[in-house]
Design a protein around this ligand. Structure first.
Ligand code: BGC
Length: 738
């Protein structure tokens, strides 16, 4: 449709009809079963309201959505097609590793490809829009939703924001296999007090702008079609009522011109927040703040019309919102083809097809982070004539895709035992198995089913049996981890540990066999100190997705190397959280690069430093990095300088290194971070091979929100660090000219 036709359509719509477009319900209001992701039971809908609803969430399936669309088109006065939205986070049915793991790949292309595959599958299943990418910067591992974010660094989050948005949306939303994306949760949801989900966020405007906004901004620049408000407050105003945040910052400063949707019942929750007296006032605050679609609350549904009729809300605001919604439907091509790509045959051809599975497997290996590898115990040699004992609950666990994934069945997700056995077939190395324990003890976690998990007595026996077998084995590989729903929405934790009996298993096995390799599944950074003390090698595999087990077998057997680098710092103890590398300089110690490690501040019982810093991870080979070379030692506004190093593979295998560039402002008008990631690149080198890696530094990269609140650079000295992780001391200095 042309813009003039959209305008004519809008002009012809009744107020009731327009408000219908601004309401989103779950499929059950149209008699459809679907995924339920939030509270239920507060909304009562008349048949007329159901008929006018503009979008639903949580339902997929080509035939199902076609049937709904036909019903909507027949009943809707202007035959306006409905939008179908769903949480397609790290995959639709072929699931990639969780976003936090994808961040650890330091390979935005991987996330782009994951989003393309997800869009191809989901759009064939009739879905038009996904509630992704989630771009909340995360600094506190206690928060359950860290699994959904690319990590703790603004630059890294920004790189993934752009890649995922482009992956889902392609060049044109109406193209086959593409779907609209929705950045979320605007804004600052990733920093709730104490890591408690939905809690208050306290941030200075300067830090909010410099650290938290850049990721979202990249998605806007990449043309993201929708944005979602967050549940939290910023400066004590909940986002869905925050006019400054939505109208001035998101639309005004960042230039977002797409549709703004509330999070699930977030408009209704303005009453719980205590800033609206009732649903009516909540509706008014939200529309004034610029929320176009009210997801799953009764506020717009029951009160918007009256607010307009009473003159409290100008109809102009409704028209603007509805025009944005109509435009999105038009951009998706729904007026010409209301079913878009919904096609049952195409969906069954694409979903979980061999090539998608293969790509998911390759992607997963790139996200695994090897934390320790004493005596180069990994990779295993398939030619070794010995027995390796496989033990621990994740040997047989198939729920390895993370909390925001909804496979139709877990039966076709291979487990570790199956894939390691396949990898070893025909080789001298033999595998034995002992369960060891279940992921959680029976009845220990509220969300568990009553029959799930071993009892205490069964666990003691299973640990004894595993230890007996371990004593006779050459090596032991333990597959341990958090339960998949211990991270995700509403799953914050105060302890960053594995369930106790999994640690008992590790202790028992390592007391009889010194060659223990521990593979850890998790949706967040965990405290790994004891695990590392008791193991010769430790591999973090996060929640690795549909083909995660195959990727683990590939990495253990050396068919692939673990390429991941931490996208969030690993703590020594949960009490260190929030923990992130790019914190601010303080008066004690006075930070200079030299004394950075000499001081013990912060705690008297543990180190101030992370156990493993952001950017850290080992591979199967070793690299050296030459001193940083600068093309000039002064930078002029409008100019650039090049910082370069030569990286050499000094080991015996081919492998890749993630070379990271950090900058540090020597002095600013406000306190600056100790260093900030400003570039990264992956190089793959053969044994003995060298390569020069160069980064361009421009004045733009040095900008920040200054004392005068201008986003601009300040002349002076800057340090350039290039190396393996965020603690690298390999540096040079340049001066930014006035
Ligand atoms: C979550 C969102 C999600 C929405 C719809 C909410 O509870 O915060 O991330 O997109 O539900 O499922």
């Amino acid at each position: 449709m042309k813009q003039t036709e959209l305008q004519a359509l809008l002009a012809d719509m009744s107020l009731e009809e327009k408000i219908g477009q601004m309401v989103q319900l779950t499929g059950d209001f149209l008699g459809q079963e679907g995924i339920v992701t939030g509270p239920e039971g507060r909304i009562v809908v008349t048949p007329e309201q159901a008929r006018l609803t503009g979008s639903i969430l949580g339902v997929s399936g080509a035939d199902k959505l076609r049937a709904i669309q036909e019903q909507v088109l027949a009943g809707q006065p202007h035959h306006i097609p409905m939008l179908f939205m769903l949480d397609v986070i790290n995959g639709f049915k072929t699931i990639f590793p969780i976003p936090l793991a994808q961040g650890a790949s330091f390979e935005p292309e991987l996330a782009k490809r994951g989003a393309q595959i997800a869009a191809a599958e989901a759009s064939a299943a009739g879905v038009h829009l996904t509630f992704a990418p989630m771009l909340d910067l995360v600094r506190d591992a206690r928060w359950g939703r860290v699994m959904e974010s690319p990590g703790e660094d603004p630059f890294l989050v920004g790189a993934f924001a752009e890649a995922m948005t482009k992956g889902f949306q392609g060049d044109k939303l109406s193209d086959k296999g593409k779907m609209a994306a929705c950045l979320k949760h605007f804004a600052g949801y990733g920093y709730p007090e104490g890591g408690r989900d939905y809690d208050n966020v306290e941030l200075s405007e300067r830090t909010f702008r410099d650290a938290f906004l850049p990721g979202y901004r990249k998605a806007v620049e990449a043309g993201v079609a929708m944005a979602m408000t967050s549940f939290n407050t910023i400066n004590r105003v909940p986002s869905s009522a925050n006019r400054w945040l939505m109208r001035d910052v998101l639309r005004g400063e960042m230039g977002f011109d797409g549709v703004l949707i509330s999070d699930y019942d977030a408009v209704g929750e303005l009453v719980s927040h205590g800033i609206a007296a009732d649903d009516r006032e909540a509706a008014k605050l939200a529309i004034l703040a610029g929320v176009d679609i009210d997801m799953m609350s009764p506020c717009y549904l029951n009160h918007l019309q009256e607010l307009v009729e009473s003159g409290e809300v100008e109809e102009r605001l409704i028209d603007e919102a509805v025009m944005r919604i109509l435009k999105l439907k038009n951009d998706l091509g729904l007026f010409e083809n209301p079913f878009k790509d919904a096609d049952e045959a195409e969906a069954s051809r694409l979903i979980l097809c061999d090539s998608f599975r293969r790509e998911a497997r390759e992607a997963a290996a790139k996200t695994f982070v090897l934390l320790k590898n004493e005596d180069a115990i990994l990779p295993l040699s398939a030619a070794a004539d010995e027995t390796v004992l496989l033990s621990g609950p994740y040997c047989t666990e198939r729920r390895i895709c993370g909390a925001w994934s909804f496979p139709d069945t877990y039966d076709n997700i291979p487990n570790v035992l199956e894939r390691v056995a396949e990898g070893l077939s025909g080789s001298a190395l033999k595998a034995e198995y002992a369960p060891g324990c279940s992921v959680t003890l029976r009845g220990s976690i509220l969300k568990d089913k009553p029959e799930e998990g071993m009892t205490h007595e069964e666990t003691e026996k299973a640990i004894r049996e595993a230890a007996e077998k371990a004593a006779g084995a050459g090596k032991v590989i333990l597959f341990l981890g958090e339960r998949f729903y211990q991270t995700g929405e509403g799953s914050s934790r105060t302890e960053l540990s594995l369930p106790g009996m999994q640690m008992d298993l590790l202790r028992a096995v390592s007391s009889v066999n010194p060659n223990v390799i521990t593979v850890v599944f998790s949706g967040r950074p965990l405290v790994m100190t004891e695990i590392e003390q008791l193991s010769k090698a430790v591999l973090m595999v996060w929640m690795p997705g549909t083909e995660g087990a195959g990727a683990i077998a590939d990495v253990l057997l050396g068919k692939r190397e673990p390429e991941g680098r931490l996208s969030m710092s690993l703590p020594f103890a949960a009490g260190q959280e929030p923990l992130y590398y790019n914190r601010f300089r303080s008066g004690r110690p006075r930070f200079s690069s030299e004394d950075i490690k000499g001081y013990k501040v912060g705690y008297i019982d543990i180190d101030y430093w992370p156990h493993h810093p952001f950017g850290y991870g080992l591979g199967y080979t070793e690299f050296t990095c030459s001193p940083v070379k600068l093309s000039a030692d002064t930078l002029e506004a409008g100019g650039s300088i090049t910082a370069s190093v030569t990286v050499k593979n000094t080991g015996k295998r081919a492998g890749s290194e993630t070379v990271q560039l950090y900058l540090r402002d020597a002095a600013g008008s406000v306190v600056r971070p100790v260093r900030e990631l400003k570039g990264f690149t992956k190089v793959r080198l053969q044994p003995g091979e060298c390569r020069e890696v160069a980064f361009t530094i421009t004045e733009e990269m040095l900008r920040f929100t200054r004392l005068d609140m201008r986003f601009a650079s300040e002349p002076g000295d800057f340090e350039v660090f290039i190396g393996h992780d965020s603690l690298t001391e390999n540096k040079a200095v340049f001066r930014l000219q006035a």
